[in-house]
Design a protein around this ligand. Structure first.
Ligand code: MN
Length: 421
């Protein structure tokens, strides 16, 4: 599909992340104004809340679904309503739309540069997976040796853990270095101290837009997914190393999870679908996937020390994953686990086969043994106070680009001992 041209000129460049082909969903405010649902196009944000209230574009003729600072009520309407709304908004923004429509949408939109962006949806639940084979192999090699790198279940089960919805923050939110229990390998006992190995995980988050109350197929799971966000699963590696056995990560992953301000709808990513890689062991039939469930999305990570320019520290692609979000979601429901509108599923760290394509500092610095040298000349094994970390994601179409908006956060120094008396 080529670039869809809009009467909003800034949406027609090959490099804007928000052409008419995208129309991502976010929540914005201007000045002291209320939070509203918005859709980005070019350098503007369409005020979807006001469009609904004015009767110009309604997702549900009976009820207001955008009179709240989140897209959850809209998502609950389901795939047919999503597609119908998208088609009508696309027509209103397309080149050749009538003058009255152009006037109304100009009135009911604001410059993106003036908008403060907030969490685009109410995160009701959060699960994080471990579906990147390169990442799992790298981490397993460091923790258990090359012979036992992949756990025996890994090629059969999309491994995950139940995370904390309360930890999810929008891009731009500062993250505070946590304290926790740390135990050096040669120490007899743990200490309570600030994390010394604070890290990122480059991931994509799938936003679940439909509820389920029993096991669903991969095809049904695919239909339940509303869209995708960039996701940084901040990780305290030293806390994780001591706590993770036998029940998996806990406090190491609970400080913060940053997501991009825009949910890119699944429809905008449809031209970029790619199948999961060949199976190295046959999956149980309930995990078979008919529709290619991965996407060709270029991803990169940049790190800027306080007051210094940013260095790109990783470049990879979402197509490197072994399991798709639909496979993860289907597996999540096998037990009868209910899924809710606003469930967020982290993909797992997206690492490629090359060293430069690793999606965490743990892998990039090989557990701290091979520090990176940034463009500024500084060395990094893990994050330092003041570092700004930014994830970027783009899909490249015929004359257009689909983007998510930056997913960024700055690491603040640990506070004083929270238990000191
Ligand atoms: Mn993760």
């Amino acid at each position: 599909m080529p670039l869809l041209r809009s009467w909003i000129d800034s949406a027609n460049s090959a490099t804007t992340p928000f052409p008419l082909n995208n129309l991502p969903h976010g929540v914005f405010s201007v000045g002291e104004g209320d939070l509203r649902c918005g859709i980005a196009i070019g350098d503007r944000v369409i005020d979807a809340t006001v469009l609904e209230a004015a009767g110009l574009l309604r997702a549900d003729p009976e009820a207001d679904v955008l009179d709240a600072p989140y897209w959850n009520d809209f998502m609950e309407l389901g795939p047919k309503a999503w597609a119908d709304y998208r088609a009508r908004l696309t027509a209103m923004l397309a080149e050749g739309a009538d003058e009255a429509t152009q006037d109304a949408l100009t009135t009911f939109s604001v410059p993106l540069a003036e908008a403060a962006l907030h969490l685009p949806f109410k995160v009701t639940e959060y699960t994080d997976f471990y579906a990147g084979k390169h990442h799992a192999t790298n981490v397993g090699t460091m923790f258990r040796g090359a012979e036992n790198a992949l756990p025996p279940n890994w090629l059969s089960i999309p491994i995950g853990y139940n995370g904390r919805a309360s930890s999810v923050v929008v891009s731009g939110t500062d993250v505070r270095r946590p304290w926790g229990q740390l135990k050096a390998p040669d120490a007899e006992l743990p200490v309570f101290a600030p994390c010394k190995r604070f890290d990122l995980e480059l991931e994509l988050g799938a936003v679940v837009g439909q509820a389920s109350s029993g096991p669903v197929t991969v095809a049904e799971a695919e239909d339940m997914i509303f869209g995708y966000v960039l996701l940084n699963d901040w990780s305290a590696r030293d806390i994780q190393a001591w706590e993770y056995q036998p029940l998996g990560p806990f406090q190491a992953k609970a400080t913060a999870t940053t997501i991009s301000p825009w949910i890119v709808p699944k429809a905008a990513l449809a031209p970029f679908r790619v199948p999961v890689p060949a199976r190295e062991r046959p999956l149980l039939p309930y995990l078979d996937e008919a529709t290619p469930g991965l996407y060709d999305i270029d991803l990169s990570v940049s790190l800027a020390p306080a007051g210094k320019a940013a260095s790109t520290i990783s470049r990879t692609n979402y197509r490197e994953m072994y399991y798709s979000a639909a496979q993860q979601l289907a597996h999540h429901t096998t037990s009868g686990c209910p899924m809710n509108v606003g469930d967020l599923l982290g993909s797992g760290t997206i690492s490629g086969p090359e060293k430069s394509a690793r999606g965490s500092l743990l892998e990039l610095s090989w557990g701290g043994k091979e520090p990176l040298t940034l463009d500024s000349g500084e060395a990094r094994s893990f994050l330092e106070d003041g570092d700004r970390l930014t994830l970027h994601g783009t899909a490249h179409g015929d004359g257009y680009t689909i983007g998510f908006g930056d997913c960024t956060g700055r690491l603040l120094a640990a506070l004083a001992d929270p238990y000191a008396r």
